[in-house]
Design a protein around this ligand. Structure first.
Ligand SMILES: [Ca+2]
Length: 136
């Protein structure tokens, strides 16, 4: 398990182009996992389970064992992030709002993302609704 996490961390470091790291916001209800990163994604609700941290995104979430497995996420970024159903940023289906917190993804978006990228989706794709639920 430790080796898997180490491998995931190495994959994260290798795959993510680190530019300016945005300091996390003061949102007290978001756990410290991925502190200092723009976006954290998780395979379980409430920011739990397998996770990955991004500053620009990934064209292949298999690298993080998270393909079709993201069910919660948060963003500390100031711009939207687009979620894609396919690899290599193909088939956008929704976007996370700047600073959005999603302890539970909407049903249509759960376990669907195969790639994720900083920046808005093409026009016509709505913002993922935030459930407004805080994690204590
Ligand atoms: Ca998919």
């Amino acid at each position: 398990m430790l080796a898997r996490k180490a491998a995931a961390l190495l994959a994260t470091a290798a795959a993510v182009v680190v530019s300016v790291v945005v300091a996390p916001s003061a949102s007290a209800h978001v756990p410290n996992r991925c502190s200092g990163w723009r976006v954290g994604v998780f395979d379980l609700n409430n920011y739990a389970g397998q996770h990955a941290c991004f500053n620009s995104g990934s064209g292949d979430l298999r690298q993080f064992a998270l393909n079709n497995r993201i069910s919660s996420a948060w963003s500390h970024d100031t711009v939207p992030w687009c979620l894609y159903d396919d690899f290599s940023f193909r088939v956008p289906f929704s976007q996370m709002a700047p600073g959005g917190h999603y302890p539970v993804f909407a049903a249509f978006a759960t376990n669907r993302a195969s790639s994720i990228q900083r920046g808005a989706c093409p026009a016509g794709f709505g913002v993922l609704p935030e459930p407004g639920v805080s994690v204590s």
